[in-house]
Design a protein around this ligand. Sequence first.
Ligand code: GLA
Length: 758
Amino acid sequence: MKNDMITVDELQGMLRLDTANTTYVMEISNGLYLGHLYYGARLPSGDLSFRSAFNTPMSEETRKKEFVIYMDGMDFEYPGWGMGDSREGAIKVKDAGGVTRTNLLYRGYRISMSKALVPGLPATFGDAPGEGEVPTLEVDLEDPDTGLFVTLFYSAFWEEDVIARRVEVKNKGSQDLVLERVLSAAMDMPAKDRQGRDFELLTYCGTWAREFTRDVRPIGLGKTGVSSIIGKTNNRMQPFLGLMSPGTTQETGEIYGWNFLYSGNFASFVEKNSFGGIRVSVGIHPEEFSWTLEPGQVFYSPEVVMTYSDSGLGQMSRNFHDLYRNHLIRGAWKDRKRPILINNWEATYFDFDTDKLLAIAKTAKECGIEMLVMDDGWFGKRNDPDSSLGDWWVNEEKLQGGLTRLGSELEAMGMKFGIWFEPEMVSPDSELYRAHPDWAIAVPGREPSRSRNQLVLDVSREDVRDYIFTSMCKVLHSAKIAYVKWDMNRHLTDVYSALLPSERQGEMMHRYVLGVYDLQERLLKEFPELLLENCSSGGARFDPGMLYFSPQIWTSDDTDAYERIRIQEGAAALYPLSSLGAHVSICPNHVTGRNVPFMTRGHVALAGTFGYELDITQLSDEEKGMIRQQTALFHKFNDLVRNGDYYRMASFQETGFYDCYGVVSRDKSEMLLTFIHVMNQPCKPNRWICISGLDPEKKYRVEEVGMEKEESPDADGKAPVVCETYGAMLQNAGLIVPCRYGDFQSVLYHITEVREDS
Ligand code: GLA
């Protein structure tokens, strides 16, 4: 952190933020409008007025005559609406007379060394929410005709090279204002990189079981981007947007990344204009959104975090990883090793009882697993997906002795206990629905659409939230429960809230998200030691907003290690490995029918939170032996995996045959390198891997610690030494990884510093 991270040149009208390797500059035009001047590689201090954001320099007189051209040619920082700019604005507000013209004039700035909490919303922080120094610039804008007062917030994270942005909108007028769009961030920038090449758009898209697929597309004229309008973030599109130079690799090329700390409808898009510029916009999706702001009221936008790297995608990933690990994830489990869990979903689905769970737990314990998670089906009369969501009391026919017996027997065994909920849902066949049909989201007089035969509770309502909170607390207080998997398995449809007047129905989707956040916040306050894992049909709610509440999120229902290589590559491009829910499951895999060797499944899951999702009582002794090895590997390497810097050396998506990534400790004394021979190739070529991330000057020992066979070296280090050499050698001359016979063979290398004095 540096004290001069924010500087203002009042004479030139320049507002500037610096991080270790980036600079961000805004410009005030004629004391009127706020323009975006520069974002990119760190600049020396000095005058930047030669490169104005106001592309059409005009005299005062000409500006008056050609005001529309002036507005249309300007590089804005946070554009308004209806003033001549032909691109999409960031904010649109309707006044009492139905007028939507939104004319934002610059009013002033403030600098502080702290970063405030954002009421009701997740936000990045210094040392803890509301604590620690984070230099923050506030810029005020005002529409003098309506009394609309907008404050833009910029917080700079020096080491992480991240700037966090958000907006507060206050009604300082005397009449209600209707916010029709309030994006969290926008800016106009060149459409080309420093070498004059058109930026491409990077996004991560997919669907159920195919989350986080990397998508790179050229940017044509007009608008393109990613969005969600289903009431939650989505497995179809991450709320992330990247602009990168063509051919950007892990280590070369310019890349800008924006990610949105929000778990509802979003729109992240770029708009390329005819004059060589791009407008980037990120925020709550303007469709299905409106918000009535009474005089004196404030609306808080969610936060956007952005970073820039001119040394490739890998640096962007590490910037986001550090930001999330240090300044977003919080609570008791922030820096702690998480228990190795076994989840009964793929082992039993709905068909289980106490004895079955205890049998799984007993064998799991013998193999080094530390926690049993009881998934869906323990409550009401739920034996299939057709009933009982909302009836959060134990089905004692299934779980003889209830949670008390299960909990105490697990405790006696030395196993922790976790449990599944889908708190936002209600089954039409449930006691809850019969008592409160009006709590389900539905349009009066119209049959609501079901999905998985379930409806969504209106958690924008306080009474509904109180019911959910009270019933969850009752369960969680009834036994020693260490972990909750919070699931959410459908889209929001038929959006209507019985408690909102017709003119405020547009607030429902955002109020829903605020309701979810409020519930998770209350739960964490009541159970500060609870380990929360969010989930939504796999990864459909994997977003940075959720990381504020849960340090880990279930990445995908697709547990096939072959698929996971790609899914986890996409997820790790944005999120730290410590947050990726990853389990070893049975083969043939339940989603794909594919067979992958047991050890490879373990190696792939080690790059995440680690656990199992299979009926361990049905495994052979050989497989159980491999679990023992894998759990030992977890204990040996998880500190490194959770805290280290992530480097990707090869991508299966690009090579077509193999994948390779490593995690290096902060002091560069140690690396865990994972190599996966995904597909065998005739002639079996050895693979050449140049290892990035090490210190070129340090000498390292490279040992092979994981092989696919039972007789492979154990986790205690009796592993064959591959070589001893300098980081510069491994980086430039590289390592030869010998070919393996068969598909899906993996190997781990432990690379440790050899100190000359040892
Ligand atoms: C979702 C989750 C699964 C499992 C089931 C239970 O699909 O993603 O992991 O919990 O629900 O119904």
